[in-house]
Design a protein around this ligand. Sequence first.
Ligand code: AHG
Ligand code: MN
Ligand code: MN
Length: 339
Amino acid sequence: MLMHKVTTLNQFIIERQAEIPGATGEFSRLLHHVGIAAKKVHREVNKAGLVDILGRVGTMNVQGENQQKLDVYADTIFMDELRASGECCGVATEENEGVVVFDEGGSKEGKYVVCMDPLDGSSNIDANVPVGTIFSIYRRKSPAGEPPVMEDFLQAGTEQLAAGYVIYGSSTMLVYTAGRGVNGFTLDISIGEFCLSHPSILTPAAGRMYSINEGNYINFPVGVKKYIKYCQEIDAASGRPYTSRYIGSLVADYHRNMLYGGIFLYPRTNAYPEGKLRLVYECNPMAFIAEQSGGIATDGDRRVLEIAPGSLHQRVPFYVGSRGMVMKLTEFLSFFNNI
Ligand code: AHG
Ligand code: MN
Ligand code: MN
């Protein structure tokens, strides 16, 4: 009988530990706890239709958006798991205005901070549309043993030690990078383990999918409007017209484009003059993954990973995906001065 060697997430993390500068078992344990939280959220997302967990809780989060019950649940699960890991001294999430400091037990001595969007795409949850979790891990700047400070969380994306996302889709996957490529693990529910299914993911340099909420077309910068028309033009040599795909869940839209080749765009709009997506816990982690898979992430002017965050919930325009497509877009943006 043929035996297939299965590599679980935990095995993989331990084997790779040596590759991360200065990393110790503590970093591996932190990632391990992220995996556990992801399994717990998977369990709830998958029975969402069965129990009274769908819908809104009737409160608003710090940005005035309706919180869905699963948003709150995912936030609590990840928070509890990161606290229990003892390796993390504080967390910043979409659902909390300020940072949450862990000062109990060993957490105080934790070397790491985590920034995350516990449930991304949650407005779609009632319709069984894929949702995700996005996370980003930094080494703290402040001394261990003291409470973390805002500067620990407002580091540029280039300082990320690791970043990743979980996609709760037709299967649940955890995709992460620690700066040595991107690897994807699919949850095998029969054994309750994330198993390496997508080693060393590389995104195609020339994609054929573009993903944008075209309902906002009127408000887009001129360069984006022209780029969309370019995508729709007929040109057999370059495979145009391209295909339009938009779910409205960043994780799911990004994940599909990374595998097939494509570009995701969220420009400034009237409703969101700075862009909609949050730099610290949405754009930076996705940008790290994108670059590590051979893609590009820009706000139109700057490499996303080099933007110095000014505040936790700061928003930026976000263009991410296949190298060739993002380069082409930036030609249009700079020709029209990104206005
Ligand atoms: P969240 O559910 O965490 O608030 O994020 C939703 C985001 C992102 O997932 C998606 O790409 C974008 O909002 C969709 O926005 P539009 O509905 O404006 O297209
Ligand atoms: Mn989100
Ligand atoms: Mn969210």
